[in-house]
Design a protein around this ligand. Structure first.
Ligand SMILES: [Fe+2]
Length: 279
């Protein structure tokens, strides 16, 4: 069974050392194939904060790939925000803001939804929608097809509607029809799993989105503790088995504990057929 660790919004600068140690223990116990970090790596996009984040992820047992969040762009340093918004990010996490990972059982497509021209809102462009759709269609039937980005595409709370990704109305159903199984994100520090649908009646496919809470930061939302997700996936005899396990940090026991499991029914229909695309 493939194990993927999804962490988000550590906000280095507000990280908690005990939670960091617990998360490292969790990662070493579960030995994920890869760890996916969906943005807001830092609190203020400072070089020292990125360096601390870099040093932390280097202790993980598996590769870590990341996409930026709105907090990873300088907020007050206007010159940097205008002319080199990802300078410190790139120094620590590499120049590719939209990394990909592919193995026999997994395809992960990174998407940069942060926008230096906006304050905290995220957006997706037509070119990004096309690129991701193309990659999804190129995937193999046995792969779990994931998109990782910072901004959420579905809200559980009414108050989060204003935080949703700009452009999601076109992007999400297009990607579901192209083969998306699971889109992961963060931003609002509230973990949940929600279904996604394709364009009405087009492919009949269904996908999912899984949000992670803040992994390490003191900036928890209300009484929602720090949390991460473990995505477990297996493909056998033409069938996908997939579940998202949420693990919450328990301060009393100083460890991450399993809190909730969502079993995802994945669509067997793989992607648009060329005929369906033409009609
Ligand atoms: Fe955040």
């Amino acid at each position: 069974m493939t194990c993927v660790l999804h962490i988000s919004d550590p906000h280095f600068g507000t990280e908690q050392p005990l939670v960091m140690l617990s998360l490292l223990r969790l990662a070493h116990e579960h030995q994920p194939e890869i760890t996916l970090l969906t943005g807001d790596i830092t609190q203020r996009a400072r070089r020292t904060q990125f360096a601390a984040a870099r040093a932390f992820v280097q202790q993980f047992p598996a590769p870590v790939i990341a996409v930026p969040g709105n907090h990873d762009i300088p907020l007050f340093k206007l010159l940097a925000r205008t002319f080199n918004p990802y300078g410190n990010y790139k120094q620590a996490f590499g120049s590719n803001l939209e990394p990909e990972y592919e193995s026999n059982g997994l395809l992960v497509i990174g998407l940069n939804t942060s926008r230096p021209s906006r304050h905290k809102d995220g957006a997706v462009s037509g070119a990004q929608i096309d690129r991701v759709s193309r990659r999804l269609r190129e995937s193999r039937p046995e792969q779990l097809r994931m998109i990782m980005q910072h901004h959420p595409v579905r809200a559980r709370e009414e108050s989060d509607m204003s935080n949703l990704l700009i452009g999601r109305e076109m992007a999400v159903p297009t990607w579901v029809d192209a083969g998306l199984d699971l889109l992961i994100g963060g931003h609002i520090h509230l973990p949940y799993v929600w279904p996604l649908h394709g364009h009405h009646g087009k492919s009949g496919r269904k996908g999912w989105t899984a949000q992670a809470g803040t992994a390490l930061s003191t900036r928890v939302r209300g009484d929602t503790p720090n949390s991460v997700n473990l995505v477990m996936h297996e493909y056998s005899l033409g069938l996908h088995e997939c579940r998202v396990e949420r693990w919450d940090y328990c301060a009393q026991q100083d460890t991450f504990l399993p809190a909730h499991t969502n079993t995802l029914i994945l669509s067997c229909e793989h992607r648009d057929s060329p005929i369906a695309e033409m009609t």
